[in-house]
Design a protein around this ligand. Structure first.
Ligand code: EPU
Length: 337
């Protein structure tokens, strides 16, 4: 039986460092404990909330319900061939601990995703991505418990319906399942992905291409740009990079010939939200206890003591400015609770 704590501050459990509370909190390191928490919530007619590493959420109010922190650990090598290793990993393992183990074993596929805060269980939910790689490229299947039926379900890679920072778990299954394990297919003969930004250059500086050097290069690049949540509260990119119609892009390019962009189809172009936000004058701007990071405008920061509502108000003002200037709606990447 897990310990069910009452009136728990969630400040240590979210990387924004916002101080709200949950009426009940359960850290569940086994399937049985997760099921116990579900039964407790159902018996008391309370909603369930799920928190992994708390690195992609903005908490705006006290939560009247049962906050479950799935904390299942462990990594099992379930299958190994000359070319691949399939591993089953507990949802509660820290994401970067998994990347570290993979790199140490010479298993490629997730090294570009080094240093992303959060837990393994959250990786499929928002299909974490960085430096030209997304979690979906390595996820083999996902195991989850359906809250309503208490049944264990399995989702193949295609059943997860992965998209850009998106999956079935963020759409129709939002709040309906709890991810317990994620299976990854990692490569013993990795194809290195070095095309993004200055990654190749950074890897060369470290002595040439290897899984370890890619991991270190990504860590170096990220640490130079992104604030460490242990030092300053943040949840990484707050918004998604918008995909806009070519016609709109051309208009913007007339006024801003240097607008960075990536073609995603014949008719659509992705524009970095960080650039749009910077053009609107927000980069490095502070509003009360929160603000926009001075090295990456896509990241909102809590300088200490900001409420979730304050950060949300700032986010909405940014959306409004970007809309007013560019006629582009920025979607939030972070989940608002
Ligand atoms: N840019 C600016 N000003 C800024 C920030 C960015 O002009 O303040 C422009 C620059 O031209 C830069 C381009 O935007 O070349 C891209 O910037 P960056 O490489 O930092 O990537 P991003 O598009 O801002 C995305 C992900 C990050 C991921 C990086 C690297 C999203 C929403 N964000 O950011 O993911 O680390 O690429 O792959 O797709 C996260 O999801 O939390 C996250 C940090």
């Amino acid at each position: 039986m897990p310990v069910i704590k009452k009136n728990v501050s969630l400040k240590p459990y979210n990387t924004f460092g916002v101080d709200v509370s949950a009426s009940y909190f359960v850290k569940a390191n086994t399937l049985e404990k997760i099921l116990y928490a579900i039964n407790f919530a159902s018996y008391n007619q309370l909603p369930i909330f799920i928190i992994g590493g708390g690195s992609n959420m903005l908490l705006t109010k006290n939560l009247n319900g049962v906050m479950v922190n799935p904390f299942i650990q462990g990594l099992t090598l379930t299958e190994e061939t000359d070319s691949d290793a399939i591993v089953k990993v507990g949802a509660g393992m820290t994401w970067d601990a998994l990347v570290n183990i993979a790199v140490d074993h010479g298993w490629g596929g997730i090294e570009n995703l080094s240093n992303i805060p959060g837990s393994v269980g959250a990786a499929p939910i928002q299909n974490i991505g960085a430096y030209g790689v997304e979690a979906k490229d390595a996820i083999f299947k996902v195991e989850a418990i359906e809250i309503k039926t208490r049944k264990s379900l399995e989702f193949s890679n295609s059943e997860c319906r992965f998209g850009y920072r998106d999956s079935i778990f963020k759409q129709e299954l939002r709040g309906k399942v709890i991810v317990t394990h994620v299976w990854f297919k990692l490569s013993k003969k990795p194809e290195y992905q070095l095309a993004y930004g200055n990654l190749k250059e950074e890897v060369e500086k470290l002595g040439g291409v290897s899984l370890k050097n890619i991991r270190q290069a990504v860590i170096n690049i990220r640490s130079a740009k992104l604030p460490d949540p242990a030092v300053i509260g943040n949840a990484g990119s707050f918004f998604k990079n918008p995909v806009v119609e070519d016609v709109l892009f051309q208009k913007i390019q007339q006024d801003y010939p240097d607008v960075p962009h990536f073609s995603v189809s014949e008719s659509h172009v992705k524009i970095p939200a960080g650039w749009l936000i910077e053009q609107c004058g927000w980069k490095g701007k502070r509003v009360g206890s929160c603000g926009v990071h001075d090295k990456q405008a896509l990241v909102l920061v809590n300088y200490g003591g900001a409420t979730g509502e304050e950060i949300l108000t700032l986010a909405r003002s940014i959306q409004q400015s970007v809309y007013d200037r560019f006629h582009i709606n920025l979607d939030m990447e972070v989940n608002i609770c």
